[in-house]
Ligand binder design. Sequence first.
Ligand code: AMP
Length: 211
Amino acid sequence: MTPAAPSGRSASRPTLRAGVRGVSDSVRVIVFGRQGAGKGTQCARIAAHFGVPHVSTGEILREAIARDSVLGRAAREVLDDGGLVEDSVMISLVQGRLGEQDARTSGYVLDGFPRTLPQARALDAMTAARPAHCVVDLEVPREVVVERLLSRRRADDTHEAIHHRLDLYEAQTAPLIGHYRARGSLRVVDGVGSPDEVFERLRGTIAACLA
Ligand code: AMP
């Protein structure tokens, strides 16, 4: 959710400044990927590079839980169980965030939303005038992410919780990839490799979408 610092914003948009696109053009990217695919880290790097806010719905929910806000109290149990927060809650949260000045001006890297078909349809409707330039599927095979998640051993990364979240991803989120593929905006990026290698692939793919 943390927007790039204004000072970093202009400095980190060399590709846009040097290219044919004007500096006021925004960059709008949606990133999919299994838990453990490195999506959060890569989205933060993409956001810094292109000078746009990183809108992570998981991060927004975790901050709300830490603040013990109304949203946080409603979301806490769902996150603990590894389930999904209600569509209507998530849709109004994202609608509000994308309506903020920084996102309206610069665009966004959307990380963790949409996660269900109703969320995708709502996002289509709210961005109909200015749809995402690029929808990226950061592809890391399931067995590779399970290995990664088990080796980092966070408290909520039990074997069961990991498989539950991955099953949920396959069941609810993977079909969205078909939704965007059908619209021709999907780009599959190989997420296996060093963080720098993966970032270079993502940067190149997004730059190509913007060209
Ligand atoms: P993440 O950091 O993206 O893995 O999100 C952490 C948790 O927040 C998820 O396991 C869900 O419980 C919840 N969450 C984040 N984004 C969404 C969403 N778009 N829809 C429903 N729940 C979400």
